[in-house]
Design a protein around this ligand. Structure first.
Ligand code: HEC
Ligand code: HEC
Ligand code: HEC
Length: 279
């Protein structure tokens, strides 16, 4: 009886302890107001929002530096710039009016006027807190939505040379990769060989799409699809032809890491996040 009771107690305590952890299985991502689009390409000629942000950070640093060196004129000059750009936040995005504290700027100027350095620094900290609060809630989403590339409209040729799209050709790449691995496992040499030729052709087609974004740049292409990759694909074919299963598998591992995973790390993760946010 006693045993049963302590077991029950044990189970209850498990449930009790693990309940709060279970409640934390989702995070909430707040979308920035849609009007932010106005301050980014393609709606705007420039990335206006981002450049306002860079100026804000510069002005904060300048005021802080001049405060450390007790340079009043320097503080005044940059506090004016800070003021101007800080007010622009709510002018550009009225929905974010309550995310900033404009009254802190006249206060900052007042403390600069009286050369009250400790208060200047304290006020800068309070301003900084408003920056951080907004960034915590919105920054990553805004970057993903307005500054990460879209792949939907990038044409990629399929294996027959017809125009297809990124998404379908990714599926096709995956099918070729797995076809090779299945055929290697089941010792079907001619199927493995054909699939490895398909993979090479598909990757060559994919390679033609890089310059849609990486204009006049050879380095990004070279890093992922350059001569090292072409050598691996060639030696994969040679190894399959010579029935060297172990070496072929090892090459497939290298191909997966140096082509697929390497490209996915910079392109796909952000693209998936963007898709999740905008759809
Ligand atoms: C440009 C660099 C790049 C390379 C190289 C690349 N991928 Fe992708 N892949 C992407 C991007 C970007 C996405 C997400 C975009 C999309 O799904 O339209 C993606 C998505 C995928 C998807 C998900 C498709 C979907 O629609 O859900 C699969 C599967 C995939 N890739 C397989 C591969 C395999 C296998 C390789 C290597 C043989 C590879 N990829 C090489 C960029 C790349
Ligand atoms: C009401 C919201 C909001 C406030 C307030 C705000 N920011 Fe931002 N900030 C953003 C968003 C959104 C981004 C993301 C922009 C992007 O990635 O294109 C950003 C990005 C930045 C970046 C770019 C970071 C990077 O390296 O890519 C800097 C720098 C920055 N903010 C500085 C500041 C400073 C300094 C302040 C305060 C004086 C401030 N911001 C206040 C919304 C805000
Ligand atoms: C839809 C646009 C887009 C396409 C298509 C695209 N990339 Fe990128 N790629 C980017 C962006 C944006 C970055 C990050 C910023 C930068 O480096 O320009 C990036 C970064 C990279 C990087 C890391 C940084 C560097 O410059 O070395 C490599 C490598 C790369 N891309 C290779 C490729 C290859 C290979 C292809 C074609 C198979 C490709 N990309 C296709 C947009 C694209």
């Amino acid at each position: 009886m006693h045993k049963l009771f302590s077991l029950t107690l044990f189970i209850f305590s498990l449930i009790f302890i693990s309940t709060p952890a279970l409640a934390e299985t989702s995070v909430k991502l707040t979308l920035p107001p849609a009007s932010l689009a106005k301050w980014y390409k393609p709606e705007n000629k420039r990335q206006v929002w981002l450049h306002t942000m860079f100026r804000l950070r510069r002005a904060m640093q300048a005021v802080n530096n001049y405060a450390i060196h007790n340079n009043q004129a320097g503080m005044q000059k940059w506090a004016d710039k800070l003021n101007e750009d800080y007010e622009k936040i709510a002018e550009m995005i009225p929905e974010w009016k309550n995310e900033i504290k404009p009254r802190l700027l006249p206060e900052l100027k007042m403390f600069i006027e009286s050369n009250d350095i400790p208060r200047v620094k304290a006020t800068l900290k309070m301003i900084k807190r408003t920056c951080n609060d907004c960034h915590e809630t919105y920054q990553a989403q805004a970057t993903a939505i307005y500054r990460s590339p879209e792949y939907d409209d990038i044409p990629v040729k399929n294996i027959n040379g017809n125009i297809s799209n990124f998404s379908d050709e990714m599926e096709a790449l995956s099918i070729s990769v797995n076809q090779i691995l299945i055929a290697l496992e089941d010792r079907q040499q001619s199927i493995a060989l054909q699939a490895s030729k398909n993979l090479k052709l598909q990757l060559n087609h994919l390679g033609e799409s890089c310059n849609q974004c990486h204009k006049d740049e050879q380095a990004p292409y070279e890093r992922i699809l350059g001569s090292a990759t072409m050598q691996r694909l060639q030696s994969l074919e040679d190894n399959i032809l010579n029935k060297r299963i172990k070496e072929s598998r090892k090459l497939m591992g290298e191909i997966g890491v140096t082509i697929c995973a390497r490209c996915h790390n910079t392109h796909r993760t952000l693209s998936d996040l963007r898709e999740a946010l905008v759809n």
